[in-house]
Write a protein that binds this ligand. Structure first.
Ligand code: IVH
Length: 650
């Protein structure tokens, strides 16, 4: 690589990263990106004098700082006035219209994260500063550089402050908390705390690992000529910043309410947490006229969404024993309505967590419900105690089978393989959708079969007969036949389903698929070395797999003889074609059965999935295409007819 090639490589990497992180629409594979990145690294090592400031290697913070220096903002960072309902909106609009009756409004999400000020000079990121008290913040530039959605250089060459919110996406938040719990660290209460905490790390490599996202919402000092906020923001996005999931220009009350309702509805499907919608006067001249109170602009307001946090009381703790024996405490709380759902249970993760929060029965607690995740207790109101609260003891014996429990790091486990809860839950898991997908074998039926003594292990499922089933309450001929047929249908299942259904700790759907692909029916007789060659399988997973196979070999062999799972077909690496590596969804009636078309596309190296998301590359549709087609259109996903598909392949 020479200097010219180095420069081009940096540009390429930045373009790919922009598509990946900002547009959420990758145009290159990770593999190719990593390869070029390594080459850039090598060049820089040999020619440190040539290193470009916007090289992606400059994002990895490797210098741990001792503290953060104070840094004044070039112009003040303001706060926002909150309103909570239609009445609040009306009153705010009246005030605005008194100052200027002709304005329109720009609406965008109110992100729930930590605010950040970016200073660019000569098109280069100079500083990243936390909000602090609005006048002076802390310089955290090294950390900010690790955020991929913050461009290190921009086309705009004049001095500009770009303000926005640093957030953690919901899925990333769940992942971080799972990892923290596993390590015995306290989980973050919400994505906001997680974002703020991650931003102020003395070691930038910690910030880098958290996958933070920067979402711009305005500018401080600037020389932008735009007369409308909407145009200003469009310009900012063009500079390489990430757009909000929804924004709109509205004329007045009715339109603001409509877009507020839409955002409230849609927000569960957004990647980031919102706590409201911000309404801003769109005309910059009017903004300047209206000015600020001591704390907030008169031209903007935060229209909050109804709280997803509620106060309730902890009534009791129940213990659940899962199929792997892990005993999980579940909080039973006084029924509380949160956003249309009545919440009665909340997760508590584990007993370390209970001790850390010092949570007691009778305590008032704050519960948080976000999206479809199970509500959780995020805070205990210890100041509200009256002394009647009762401490929660760690269990020493299994609540189901009574055998002694084992403390394994942060987990408490029932070791008894015959424990009813373990057996029942492992059968339920065995039959579940992501495993053998046996229809009609849900929680209730499994419990019934177990209690009647008909099923003591998954093997027993295969010796059930109509006569035996007919003895059970609620079973008539039809129901019995249906169940037997579904069990019979599980035979000849895909090998990965079989492996997944075994319920091996730490081995889930993805690992099962990879194991099936790598070893086929030889999956039983593998050693650690072999397992570790599979991407994504580490020490802990390999150990768990081997231990399971060692202890259960006999059962696994018997099950295999009964189920006769089929190995995946080995695919050869596809030649280059427009669908290689693309994510595709099929919908509607086509000239051939969909599984046939799926198979063909997979042979071309495409990934065919069942649901449309932003990440989908193409939706290929036939006659009577329905909601998947509509979703593709609304998300801007490319759609192709079957004929267009064939054309592209020629
Ligand atoms: S505008 C001059 N817009 O909310 C206006 N703020 O409660 C100042 N925030 O400190 C802020 N999303 O950190 C604005 N779309 C948005 C926002 C937003 C989140 C945060 C911001 C601010 C706080 C005020």
């Amino acid at each position: 690589m020479n200097k010219q090639e180095y420069k081009q490589a940096v540009e390429k990497l930045n373009l790919w990263a922009y598509h990946y992180y900002v547009l959420d629409d990758p145009i290159m594979t990770d593999e190719v990106y990593d390869k070029l990145y390594k080459e850039v690294e090598q060049y820089e090592e040999a020619h440190p004098e040539d290193i470009l400031k916007n090289s992606p290697t400059q994002r990895v913070g490797d210098v741990v700082s001792e503290g953060f220096a104070k840094e004044p903002h070039l112009s003040r960072m303001w706060s926002l006035e909150d309103i909570f309902d239609a009445d609040g909106l009306k009153k705010w609009l009246e005030k605005v219209y008194r100052l200027d009756s002709h304005v329109t409004f720009y609406c965008e999400p109110k992100y729930d994260g930590a605010s950040l000020n970016l200073v660019y000079e000569n098109g280069e990121l100079q500083k990243g500063i936390t909000r602090g008290d609005g006048t002076v913040g802390e310089r955290i530039t090294q950390n900010v550089k690790t955020i991929h959605t913050v461009p290190l250089s921009i086309e705009h060459k004049e001095l500009i402050e770009i303000r926005g919110e640093v957030v953690i996406f919901k899925d990333e938040f769940d992942k971080i908390n799972k990892e923290r719990l596993k390590k015995g660290e306290p989980p973050f209460a919400n994505p906001r705390n997680a974002a703020a905490g991650s931003l102020r790390q003395l070691d930038p490599s910690i910030t880098a690992a958290r996958n933070l996202v920067f979402l711009p919402y305005g500018v401080g000092v600037n020389t932008l000529p735009h007369k409308l906020l909407n145009d200003k923001m469009s310009y900012i996005y063009e500079l390489g910043f990430r757009k909000p999931p929804l924004r709109a220009i509205t004329k007045g009350y009715d339109e603001i309410e409509a877009i507020y309702e839409r955002m409230k509805e849609e927000r569960e499907s957004y990647s980031m947490m919102l706590d409201g919608m911000v309404v801003k006067v769109n005309e910059i001249a009017a903004q300047i006229d209206m000015g600020y109170t001591v704390k907030v602009p008169r031209w903007a307001v935060a229209y909050k969404f109804p709280a997803v946090e509620k106060i309730t009381r902890l009534k009791n703790i129940i213990l659940q024993v899962g199929r792997t024996g892990v005993v999980t405490p579940v909080a039973v709380v006084e029924p509380t309505e949160i956003e249309g759902a009545v919440v009665e249970r909340a997760t508590l993760h584990n007993f370390d967590e209970i001790e850390r929060m010092d949570i007691r029965i009778g305590d008032q607690v704050i519960i948080l419900r976000s999206g479809d995740v199970i509500p959780k207790i995020v805070k205990v109101l210890t100041q509200e105690r009256d002394g009647s609260e009762v401490k929660i003891e760690r269990p020493t014996h299994c609540p189901v089978c009574g055998s002694e429990l084992l403390q394994e790091e942060v987990l408490i486990k029932c070791q008894n393989l015959k424990c009813e809860a373990r057996v029942v839950n492992s059968i339920i898991y065995f039959a579940s959708k992501q495993c053998l997908n046996i229809d009609g074998l849900g929680n209730k039926i499994v419990e019934q079969l177990f209690n009647a003594g008909l099923v003591r292990s998954v093997l027993d499922l295969f010796s059930l007969t109509q006569e035996k089933l007919l003895e059970l309450e609620g079973f008539k001929e039809k129901k019995a036949q249906n169940l037997l047929r579904s069990i019979e249908n599980a035979k000849g299942c895909e090998l990965w389903r079989f492996i997944n259904a075994l319920g091996i700790e730490h081995i889930g759907e993805v690992a099962s698929k990879r194991i099936a692909e790598a070893f086929g029916l030889e999956y039983i007789h593998q050693n650690k070395e072999q397992l570790l060659t599979i991407e994504g399988i580490g020490d802990e997973m390999a150990e768990s797999y081997l231990e399971f196979m060692r202890v259960n070999e006999e059962t696994v062999v018997k099950l295999q003889e009964i189920l006769r799972p089929v190995e995946p077909k080995k695919r050869e690496e596809a030649q280059d074609n427009p669908f290689k590596g693309k994510r595709i969804v099929l919908t509607g009636t086509m000239s051939e059965p969909r599984p046939v078309i799926k198979e063909k596309l997979e042979d071309l190296g495409a990934k065919v999935s069942g649901s449309v998301s932003k990440k989908t590359d193409y939706v290929i549709y036939g006659e009577d295409a329905g909601s998947k087609y509509d979703k593709a259109i609304s998300l801007g996903v490319k759609t192709l007819t079957e004929d267009e598909l064939k054309e592209l392949l020629q």
